[in-house]
Design a protein around this ligand. Sequence first.
Ligand code: PHE
Length: 338
Amino acid sequence: MDIDAINQTIENEISGIDSSDKLEELRVRYLGRKGVLAELTGSIPQLPKEERGAFGQKVNLLKNKINTLLNEKQKSFASIDVGAPTAGQVDITMPGIAQDLGRLHPLTQLIDEICSIFTGMGFSVVEGPEIESEENNFTGLNIPLEHPSRDAFDTFYLKTKKKLLLRSHTSPVQIRAMKSRKPPLAIVVPGRVYRPDAVDASHSFMFHQIEGFMVDKNIKFSDLKGILEVFAKSVFGEDIKMRFRPHFFPFTEPSAEVDISCIICKGKGCSVCGRKGWLEILGSGMIHPNVFKHVGYDPKIYTGFAFGMGVERIAMLKYGINDIRLFAESDLRFLKQF
Ligand code: PHE
């Protein structure tokens, strides 16, 4: 075996090796007990005396060189062996994929928060169907035939023989609850409602409302005020002011819209409140005697209040959200903030 020839080819030979097994074979062939280098060392005594020293040195150098090359090659395998999986294998060197924790939608969170404010004051949570009759959505609520909100443009009607519609507010659940129960009643109703509005930053064809009503002997407007004040202060903070502004709803008399002092400018006037200093948050009033008559309650014995609020609107005011469409877009960058 020619020592100079080995010196020249060994590098190429090792670099061409593609597995630890073949590398080990080569190591045995060269450095093993009966390997090439052992043979070379063994041949030293047969050499003329004056050549032995130089030859021995050469063998040693070659041994060191092969050792170094083998080690380097082995190291490169060490990283490749785990780092490059073949098809179907798991690459354990890849960073893990963190599982995102799920969470409740901001509207669900707010609905839960608002409902628990009312259950804390003795209200029960009741739900009703999104497909309703004209009677529950309109007639029972003292909304006469010629009232504009009955117009097909303001309500989604279904193409059914019996005139059915997608409820345009949660108030029909007042009728359902009063027909199936006797006073005293204290109920809140969260749910979806539908109106054929063109979608823009503040309108949607579907949104959420929370209805509330209380019926008993001797329920007064001051009870409504007290309950709503507790509600508004828990949602928007203790330092807000509240006012009742006369309004009209067919199913309440008297009726009022409730405003809170603008949470952005604290009542000074800004772009959010339209320079008014006040933000409308809900509609309310004392339940109309005709509504009681419709469900068979005697309006001479019972009185009650009702209110209804848009959940998206409350959420937009509370969190400073400027586009109602964000609630329906499933954009994690938005949703993750809640
Ligand atoms: N139903 C009314 C609406 O959708 C809100 C309301 C409910 C007003 C109860 C008064 C009493 O606008």
